[in-house]
Structures are given as structure tokens and as C-alpha cells.
Write a protein that binds this ligand. Structure first.
Ligand code: AMZ
Length: 269
């Protein structure tokens, strides 16, 4: 499974929002420094969101362009890519692929054309809020998730990035139900985003690779230090025996095992 650390950029700074709400951000400084930190930690990929562009004001393309030039990372770039001009600008940064959110809802014909033209360089962002999709910086809603997915699949969409808006920045775990339902309805690979909090979450997502989960985007959990990037990469590779001891529920489970043993002893007496 591919691990993609997130660098969300607002006002030139790396930030993490809570449920995507403007103004809730924790600020983590220079996005290029953050990207270098994830590269030095062993990441191959970065998920970069231009939040100002997603909110429909201004953009952070200068710093994002430099970030791509000054690192060797493969970058998935999103935010505000809604027409030919913004798509050309985004592709010209040297990113590996772009994610399209709002336009998948508001401009389906354009999406069909760009999927046909740019194939693997286009992924569709399914930003899920209940059974609807969120658009325009997650400030508006529209379109049923599964109807939109069926339409995009028919258009040949190569990849989906599925973000559960309610989980994003919350450290409450991914929305496995939504991820499972989407994987069941498409043959294209799915990158999971939103809510990842523990290495156990990453292990569970890795277990979903056979049904179509290809990658996982980690933001807040990495920035606040719930685990290290090295640990996360090891779990994503399936090579995490050294990291297993950290299971936060391990202590509780052992206590429960002990209680079970005690009960058995009682029964035997
Ligand atoms: O946090 C938010 N409010 C937010 C966010 N992270 N709003 C949009 N986005 C991301 C989507 C997707 O990657 O997850 O921006 C991209 C979509 O942008 P657009 O402009 O195509 O809808």
C-alpha cells in the first residue's frame, strides 16, 4: 500500500484543518520543509492540497511549484483545478497527477474529456459527506456518491481518492464502511483519506488492498506525532513486526485476556 503524507497549504503555510473547516487550522510552517522532512523519512509520494484554491480564493502555486522542483517526491496535487487553464497550470508544476473534486460534480463533461486526454494523470476526489459529495472547499454539497462514481467509472476514471469529510483531522479512524462500499462498486484503485490516527488504522487499510485500497493519505496523525513516518511506511509495506508493540489497545486486550483466564479458573474450581 502506498503511503502519502499530506501537505495542505493555506496562506503559504502547511496546515491541518479539522473537518476541512476554514479557520480551524493548526499551522506547521514552511510546506517545503515539511515535504523535505517526509522525503528524508522515506516517503515516495506526497498528497498536496492548495486549500486557498479549493476555497476559491487565491492560490499557493508558487510555493507548491518550488516544493516539487526541490524534492524528488511524486506529488498528487489538488485544489481549485476546475477548468483548462487551472489544469494546465497544475500539470505544468511537474506533479505526477492531479485530483479533481468540485468539477466532477459541476462540470461532468469536462471531467470526461480530461480523463480521456490525460488518463493516469487524473484522479477524482470523492469528498464524501454522508451519502453526498462535498465541493468548493467542502462548503457546498451535491450529487449522490454512488451515482457520481458510476458516471465517472463509465468515463474511464483511473483512480479515486476518497476522503471522509466528517473524519478529516479528527483522529477518529477512517470510514471503513464508505471505503468498502466504493471499492465494491469500482475496479479502479482507491486511495483512502481522512481520520487515520493509529498504526492499527493503517494495518486495517492494508488489509483492504485485495478489495481495491491502493494507498492511504496521512495528515494530522503524522504532524502531531501519533506515530513516526518510518513506522507508518513499515506498516504500509506490511513489514511492521517491530511496530506491533505500540498497539494502543494492546494493554486493554491483555487485561481482558487475563480476566478471561481468571474466569476459566473460577469455572474449573
Ligand atoms: O479541507 C477542505 N476544506 C478541503 C480539502 N481538503 N476542501 C477541498 N479539499 C481537497 C479535496 C480535494 O483533494 O479533498 O481539495 C481537493 C478538491 O479541490 P476542488 O477545487 O477540485 O474541489
Amino acid at each position: 500500500m502506498t503511503l502519502l503524507p499530506a501537505v495542505d497549504v493555506k496562506g503559504g503555510q502547511a496546515v491541518q484543518l479539522v473537518q476541512g473547516v476554514d479557520g480551524t487550522e493548526k499551522v506547521f510552517g514552511d510546506p517545503i520543509k515539511a515535504a523535505r522532512r517526509w522525503q528524508d523519512g522515506g516517503a515516495d509520494w506526497l498528497h498536496v492540497v492548495d486549500l486557498d484554491a479549493a476555497f476559491g480564493r487565491d492560490n499557493n502555486l508558487d510555493v507548491i511549484r518550488r516544493l516539487i522542483e526541490e524534492t524528488d517526491l511524486q506529488v498528487e496535487l489538488s485544489g481549485g483545478i476546475r477548468d483548462d487553464a487551472s489544469l494546465e497550470r497544475a500539470l505544468a508544476t511537474g506533479c505526477t497527477r492531479v485530483n479533481i473534486g468540485t468539477a466532477a460534480l459541476e462540470n461532468p463533461e469536462w471531467c470526461e474529456q480530461i480523463i480521456a486526454r490525460h488518463r493516469d494523470r487524473i484522479a477524482i476526489s470523492l469528498d464524501v459527506k454522508g451519502d453526498k459529495l462535498a465541493a468548493r472547499g467542502w462548503t457546498s454539497e451535491g450529487g449522490n456518491v454512488f451515482e457520481t462514481l458510476a458516471r465517472l467509472d463509465a468515463a474511464g476514471c483511473r483512480r479515486y481518492v476518497v476522503t471522509d469529510v466528517a473524519s478529516d483531522g479528527m483522529l477518529t479512524g477512517p470510514n471503513y464502511e464508505v471505503l468498502g462500499a466504493i471499492c465494491a462498486r469500482t475496479e479502479s484503485p482507491v486511495v483512502a483519506s481522512g481520520g487515520i490516527s493509529t498504526l492499527e488504522d493503517l494495518r486495517r487499510l492494508r488489509g483492504l488492498v485485495p478489495i481495491g485500497i491502493e494507498g492511504a493519505i496521512v495528515g494530522t496523525a503524522l504532524y502531531v506525532g501519533n506515530f513516526t513516518l518510518a513506522e507508518a511506511l513499515a506498516v504500509a509495506r506490511g513489514d511492521d513486526s517491530a511496530a506491533r508493540n505500540e498497539d494502543p489497545h494492546g494493554a486493554d486486550r491483555n487485561d481482558q485476556d487475563q480476566t478471561d483466564e481468571d474466569e476459566k479458573d473460577e469455572d474449573a474450581r
